[in-house]
Design a protein around this ligand. Structure first.
Ligand code: FE2
Length: 377
């Protein structure tokens, strides 16, 4: 048994055909023109296995009806046209638009109609199989994409952890900064396709430190001027490293420019204002905020209000004032997002096999006093 939508304005013809189809065991739903047909296709939650439509009808003819339901009939329900002898040109147009067959009317050949309906319903089976197959493929593709993304994230976080010291508090800082950056970028109207680059850039901002000698990175006490020249190359080193890796290349904007300042007093290039990519201007504000509200070996955690005041004080000098304004505006949303941070963070690091790491921040601080130094640079 099939559900068939019959669209025909001539009542007598419609009744003959409907009675015949019902006698064949099908459910036949009527419509008197294309407009009613469109309504029934859109509103009927059970859907149809086959549509049979006349061409010449008042209000909306068969071709206009066909155009309106074209996406539906090409993937779900075959569409057959009823045509008189003098309408063959229209019938050809209907085939071009996706109709699977046309049937002659006036008079009906009932045997031919039964045959055409049977072939139409077979085609419906093919559509259903094709639809299920496509869904299955899309499902598998989504799974593979997710798997690939987890692999990428594992690599990115692995790099980041290598640079920052693999302990729970540092990792949490990276994840928080990433989440803040994403939210702030959305607040500033950054398109979704660019968000991934900001996420990667925020996680990997210091990856270029891999080329800074340990003697400088872990040197107790102050660096000499010459050592600072070397230290300040880490944004360029990081950018050179990621721009050769296709899936990381988008992170270059943040990595290369995360120590630039809005007033031009930053490094390595001393870029000013809008010369600094927006992604890096976003990162600078977020990184500073998280550093102020987090406990570090050299300072206690401060209240968010203190951090917001500091961002506003430095708006126009260290930071882009528009980004600071957006940050302040989005801050209540960020606070709400952070209420669920710990659970999301634990789930995310567990998913890439880094769960259960301990907090060694105090030990790291003793070994790497440069962390204090760079923040004050
Ligand atoms: Fe840095």
């Amino acid at each position: 048994m099939a559900r068939i939508l019959l669209v025909e304005d001539e009542e007598s013809l419609r009744d003959v055909l409907a009675r015949y189809l019902q006698a064949q065991g099908h459910v036949c739903v009527h419509a008197e023109n294309g407009e009613v047909g469109v309504h029934k296709v859109r509103e009927d939650s059970e859907g149809y296995d086959l549509i049979i439509s006349d061409i010449e009808m008042p209000k909306m003819d068969g071709l206009a009806f066909l155009r309106r339901v074209q996406p539906y009939i090409e993937s779900v329900t075959p569409f057959m046209i009823l045509t008189a002898y003098d309408e063959w040109k229209y019938a050809m147009e209907a085939i071009r638009l996706g109709a699977c067959n046309f049937l002659q009317k006036n008079p009906f050949d009932l045997a031919e109609i039964a045959n055409a309906v049977e072939r139409g319903l077979e085609l419906r089976q093919v559509y259903a199989l094709r639809h299920n197959y496509r869904e299955e493929l899309e499902h598998r593709l989504r799974e593979k994409e997710e798997e690939l993304r987890r692999t990428y994230d594992g690599t990115v976080i692995g790099f980041a952890a290598m640079m920052e010291g693999k302990d729970a508090s540092t990792m949490a800082h990276l994840f928080r900064v990433r989440d803040y950056c994403t939210l702030l970028a959305r607040e500033l109207g950054v398109p979704d396709k660019r968000l991934r680059d900001i996420e990667l850039g925020s996680m990997l901002h210091d990856v270029g430190k891999y080329r800074i000698p340990d003697a400088i990175l872990t040197k107790p006490g102050s660096l000499t001027d010459e050592e600072w020249v070397v230290m300040r190359k880490h944004p360029e080193y990081g950018a050179q490293f990621v721009e050769r890796i296709p899936f990381l290349a988008g992170a270059t904007d943040v990595i290369a420019n995360h120590h630039e300042r809005y007033d031009g007093d930053g490094y390595p290039r001393g870029l000013k204002g809008d010369e600094i990519p927006l992604a890096a201007r976003i990162f600078s504000v977020v990184d500073a905020y998280d550093a102020i509200v987090s406990e570090r070996c050299y300072k206690p955690a401060q209240e968010p209000s203190v951090a917001l005041a500091e961002l506003q004080r430095c708006a126009g000098t260290q930071f882009d004032p528009d980004v600071v304004e957006a940050f302040v505006r989005a801050h209540p949303k960020m606070e709400r997002m952070m209420e669920t941070f710990e659970a999301r963070f634990q789930a995310e690091i567990a998913a890439i096999g880094l769960g259960g790491i301990e907090d060694r921040s105090e030990l790291r601080a003793k070994l790497q006093p440069h962390a204090v130094r760079e923040k004050s640079a």
